[in-house]
Design a protein around this ligand. Structure first.
Ligand SMILES: [Zn+2]
Length: 283
């Protein structure tokens, strides 16, 4: 049983059918990343204006992410330049992936060593595929807004499609997604406000998992309560994001770091905020 019934009020702009329309479903994880059927919000939760804005302005920015773009290529979900294409063979193909990242100033470079064994025409092939991106403040803001959008819609999905928020086998009851404490997220994701700072997100790459289980498609989102805040952990194909949905701009970064330290993660942590940097936190 879903936790709540749909009320025909947009979780983003808070408008109702008297001032907007609700003719579309909303994909929590964008369709452009290969999601067709999973985690879809039914009509009546995201209005057409907001849905159209996200689909045309916000979500395409995720395709620009070197890491996501590379992983969805390896997983054969989306590989526009055919850089990860290979010739299948009846005797089977073995692929190995090794990814390394370099950040210098605002430039992020991902180098992927992609080895394919057993193609019919040549037995062993190694490709080096490099993707880089300059993260100026604008690019960081788009990325932050795009992942906050997925995070907040994950909360809405738990509420309207799932069974509410579960924590250690207990149901914590329903969150009210229309509560004013989420206005901070509505303003940031839908309108890019406040403009003077990029709402931080912690990002952790679990490339080891991609390298080991390269065929293993996995993404999902989990809502957490920590102290008095609501947090979300997102896994976008082993590119993990940790998101704070409730703290005020002056507290968001320290609250986020405190929560992530509780998660006992062992991989490098990047802070996406006003700049792109390796976080100094010790996990
Ligand atoms: Zn709306």
């Amino acid at each position: 049983m879903p936790a709540k019934s749909v009320v025909n009020k947009c979780i983003w702009c808070l408008e109702a059918p008297s001032s907007t329309t609700f003719n579309s479903e909303s994909h929590v994880l964008p369709e452009c990343l290969g999601n067709e059927y999973q985690q879809v919000l039914p009509k009546g939760i995201v209005c057409d204006k907001c849905n159209n804005y996200f689909g045309t302005k916000l979500e395409p920015k995720l395709i620009d992410e070197p890491i996501l773009d590379t992983i969805v290529g390896i997983l054969e979900l989306r590989d526009i330049d055919s850089q990860f294409t290979y010739n299948r063979s009846p005797s089977g193909i073995r692929r190995q992936v090794h990814m390394t990242t370099v950040i210098s100033a605002n430039k992020f470079t991902l180098t992927t060593q992609y080895e394919i064994d057993g193609q019919p025409d040549h037995l062993k092939e190694t490709r080096i595929i490099t993707r880089s991106k300059d993260y100026d403040k604008k690019a960081l803001a788009w990325l932050s807004r795009a992942v906050h959008k997925i995070a907040f819609e994950t909360v809405a999905h738990n509420e309207f499609v799932g069974t509410g928020i579960q924590y250690k086998n207990k149901t914590l009851g329903c969150l009210d997604v229309f509560h004013h404490r989420f206005n901070i997220i509505r303003d940031w994701v839908r309108y890019g406000k406040p403009q003077n700072m990029v709402r931080p997100v912690l990002r952790i790459q679990r490339f080891d998992e991609v390298e080991r289980k390269e065929q293993f498609v996995q993404w999902g989102g989990w809502t957490h309560h920590f102290r008095h805040g609501i947090y979300c952990k997102l896994n976008l194909f082993n590119d993990w994001y940790f998101i704070n949905l409730t703290s005020s701009p002056d507290a968001v970064e320290s609250d986020l770091v405190s929560w992530v330290q509780k998660q006992k993660v062992h991989n490098p942590v990047w802070m996406v905020g006003n700049k792109l940097q390796r976080s100094h936190m010790h996990c």
